[in-house]
Ligand binder design. Structure first.
Ligand code: HSE
Length: 428
């Protein structure tokens, strides 16, 4: 049989141990699929003596992941440390310099350094694969780079942070406010060490920027992702959006437009009967639109030991088979610098505001919208107190600029109480 493919695994957290599990559990299956045995020769983690519930004595131990990356008996360096700089980046660079292939689950590192790493890897004749970095167990990187390689991709969108989807769907099903569900998610261990990576949309933004690079052949440009988290979403927004036939999702959208590359990760309304609208709990969904294939919907676990390790193994098996696709699906030097679209494409918006309950208040709001060129599609007024009335408006397509202009104009009417809430409605 062909020589084994030898792995060095850096990082023995949830995902690292999941990879060990798979390699130990079904070596024959992996060898048959890969055409050669897959072995783990070395491991590295922060703490050597921690009880990880499995015998690790058969693997060479390296305290320093850089040393592991350079070992002669390691063919593929599996980076599962995490973090956009520090040991993960140092060890990845060391592996590439030593001409070794890298498999990583590290979206933050690639979102910030992906272009440099891809160029360096190509010069060194090495390959970087990162299926596990985006949407956990969903094979979305492979779908874009392989299954849909014959398509012009027109749009990629999705729910790519399970924690945010858990929070939003739990707020709706339990009727609980954001802060309470956030605390619940924390107690369940769903949140990243820095929760803002989740609820601030950063983690999902990293993932979107990687998919956009593959889809549109552009250099990863995470800094150009328009980011907004879910912290301002209230239980009223969720209930009233539901009443109008929508769900609120932290939705990522990347599309190439005549005005440049649009990359957004922000709360959006989607129809409640759409696949994205139906997505419950900590699950992920990625929707890809190609000129020939049409719309493809992928749904599955976006995190966790088994799903993420499954994605790591898919990359490892590709490398064992000798399948060596470029990091972002085409040579790194051929990726272009995207011009970021200055504004999102026009869309309908959901507008929630509280009005003073007196004659002519609604007419004043309608006048401001009309003067901003915004047409009302639907409107509903909810059970009002003595002095105020909550009003929900769904507009026809408009630009964010026009909407912001109208929101400023509302202040002058002196009938709008507090700050109106505006959320984009995405056509999915
Ligand atoms: N924290 C992420 C999520 C998983 O909740 O989906 C890792 O990217």
């Amino acid at each position: 049989m062909t020589a084994p493919l030898r792995l060095g695994i850096a990082g023995l957290g949830t995902v690292g141990l999941g990879v060990l599990d798979i390699v130990r559990k079904q070596p024959d299956l992996l060898a048959h699929r890969a055409g050669r045995p897959i072995e783990i020769t070395g491991i590295s983690a922060r703490s050597h003596n921690k009880d990880r519930g499995m015998d690790l004595s058969g693997y060479a131990w390296e305290a320093d992941p850089v040393a592991l990356a350079k070992r002669d008996d390691v063919d593929v360096f599996v980076e599962l440390i995490g973090g956009d700089t520090g040991p993960a980046l140092d060890a990845t660079k060391a592996a590439i310099s030593a001409g070794k292939d890298v498999v990583t689950a590290n979206k933050a590192m690639l979102a910030h350094h992906g272009q440099d790493l891809a160029e360096t890897a190509e010069k060194a004749g090495a390959v970087i694969r990162f299926e596990a970095a985006v949407a956990g167990g969903i094979p979305v990187v492979k779908a874009l780079t392989e299954g849909l390689a014959g398509n012009v991709i027109t749009r990629v969108m999705g729910v790519m942070n399970g924690t945010c989807n858990y929070i939003l769907t739990r707020m709706e099903s339990a009727g609980l406010p954001y802060d309470e569900v956030f605390a619940e998610a924390d107690a369940l261990g769903y949140l990243e060490a820095d929760p803002n990576l989740d609820v601030g949309g950063i983690d999902a933004g990293h993932k979107l920027s990687l998919l956009a690079a593959i889809a549109f052949g552009t250099k990863v440009s995470f800094d150009a992702v328009e980011l907004e988290g879910i912290g301002r979403i209230t239980i009223e927004d969720i209930a009233q959006a539901a009443d109008m036939g929508y769900k609120i999702k932290l939705l990522g959208v990347a599309q190439m437009t005549g005005r440049g590359l649009e990359q957004r990760m922000s709360p959006c309304l989607v129809p409640d009967d759409s696949p994205l609208g139906q997505l419950q709990g900590g699950t992920n969904m990625v929707v890809i639109e190609g000129d020939s294939a049409g719309q493809i919907v992928l749904r599955g676990a976006g995190a966790g030991r088994g799903p993420t390790a499954s994605a790591v193994m898919a990359d490892v098996i590709d490398l064992a088979r000798g399948f060596r696709v470029s990091t972002f699906g085409r040579p790194a030097t051929a990726l272009t610098q995207a011009i970021p679209a200055k504004a999102a494409a026009p869309a309908p918006y959901y507008l929630r505001m509280t009005l003073q309950d007196k004659p002519g208040a609604l007419a004043k709001v309608a006048t401001v919208l009309g003067e901003a060129g915004i047409s009302v599609d639907r409107m509903r007024q909810y059970g009002h107190s003595d002095a105020t009335a909550p009003v929900l408006i769904v507009t026809h397509k408009t630009t964010r600029d026009a909407l912001d202009h109208a929101i400023t104009g509302f202040t002058d009417t002196k009938v709008v109480v507090g700050s109106p809430v505006a959320i984009r409605i995405e056509s999915v």
